[in-house]
Design a protein around this ligand. Sequence first.
Ligand code: NOJ
Ligand code: NOJ
Length: 633
Amino acid sequence: MVSTAIFAALAVAASAHPVLESRQGQTLEDYIARQFNISLEGALQNIGGANNNIVEAAGEGFVVASPSTTNPDYFFTWTRDSALTELMVTDELIFGTESVGNNSLQVIVEQYTGAQAQLQTVTNPSGALWPAGQGLGEPKFYSNGTRYNGAWGRPQNDGPALRAATFMEISEAIFQRNPNAPVIVSNVYWPLIYNDLLYVAQYWNTTSYDLWEEVNGNSVFTTVAQHRALVEGAIWAERLNKTCEPCVQQAPQIACFLANNFWNETGGYLLANINANQVERSQINADPILGAMHAFDINASCDAGALQPCNSRILATHKVWVDSFRDLYPINHNATAPAAVLTGRYPEDSYYGGNPWYITTLAAAEVLYDAAAQFSKQGAITIDETSLAFWQDIYPNATADFTYGEDADVQNLVSAMTDYADRFVSLVQQYTPANGTLNEQINKTSGEPLSAIALTWSYAAFVTAIDRRNSQFPPSWGANSTLANNIPDTCKFSSYNATTQYTPALAAGAPNVTKDCESEVIFQLLWVTGPGENTYIVGNTSFLGNTLDDTDKVIEVMRTQNYTTPEPKWFTPAWVPAGVPIEYKYVLLNSTDNSYTFENVTRYAYPAACGNNTVVSTLDTGSFPGRSYDGPQ
Ligand code: NOJ
Ligand code: NOJ
């Protein structure tokens, strides 16, 4: 059903964009003018709603990552992709674009608001909204807003932080247009924003999966998004005559963590992840570049609390990261600076064989447009030992430990930077197919588009990069505020205990999910799995599928982060009704032949009273028919 609709719709889309004559011979300016519209429209066409053909199966307001349903199946809604896309749509609304095609941008962001209000309450494999907010960390859902039960890298803690920033920018757009804004924002938006802020303040000190969904650790991108969310949250609270205690309390600690942990002095670049499970990687990555783009505030100084694009560490990271692809991808022919090259997520990437991406190559440009704008605004550029190598690539006479303050010098450096940024966009032009469709990746040898077709995020990345090129900047979020720049001398990996404070955002359209009295049980299973096997847990509560024997209801896959050879331990944290015995058992699912093996015993847990600090742990050794436990005891 889904796929017929998609194919019919793609035909419509193709005829809506007459095939470009030839991109060769087209000037960069002509390409940009045309591709900007194609991209904005392309992103909007991937959002579920009344006027939509391409993603007809998606619920209203849900942003689909790509219409592709196989190889790869991206017909899902990711919290990250959605928030970044709607942030772009909100930018456009603020810059004055009212509608695109049949889509009024205001209606689009309103529908997104309703969809997210609903999504915040959906219990999922990461947990529930009530009482401890863990469900907010779930990275992706079906495009109709129902939970996705498959194994995945979860939670991903950038999601709530990015979504909070998007809602705050939507709030800004409302303030600019509607005299009733303080009431609307307080009643409709603040409860939504506050749930996400609570989550950030409670969980920023735990590890989670990174934006590429592979590494469990602390990522720069996630941390920057968390810092921005809490600082901006504190500012918004004041604007609405409220307070945000979790924001004020935790933001300085996040700033401290960010400032002191990610810089690799020897390599001269920011490490993408620390406390991570992928220790063999260089940690050279687009992650910090995308982080700086999210932290970008045109009014910020280069060493403001969060990582600004004009910060020397970002420029140094840009160079190391771009250089890592020069001879890695055959299509780059080892072109040396100041030539631009196609860039990927990180050099060790092996997804689809490891290739250049549109979003990262556009990010290489966007972050430089941002930095150039900040330098122009400041009227001065300080080059230090950290940024020297970056500058020398594009301005051979650059000298370290020197502040360029003469107008002509600043102009020269800024144009060298902008020209370099333009060369990344020119490469994107060179590898954009004639009809303007932007996939996820570009084949590293042939230059053909690869992986997910019409990726929403690729389109959004094009629009934001070109907006910055055209000096269109999003509203300041507070990067220069006192709170953003409050960095304690001693860092603490602290947390705000928000358990029981999460509330469905009813005025924004959330269903009134009941706040049952629940407590947390960590189910732990010792079992050595065979090839293709994963462990699941079922039980007589809704979180565990309400079953002890039905294969259709096996939904809760167990986590492997604590699995080691000496202790082959799977686990699942679950919120279950308190004060009553819970029945449960474990299930083996073999993905090679899709066979289920249920345990031959029923187990019981007795969670204590509800509320905080009632975590109960079990430690069970698997008891599967015909198998015996063959791990260490
Ligand atoms: C591996 C990729 O590297 C990751 O980014 C992607 O999201 C997942 N697979 C799922 O497709
Ligand atoms: C894979 C990317 O790595 C991830 O960041 C993104 O959320 C999904 N694809 C969906 O676009």
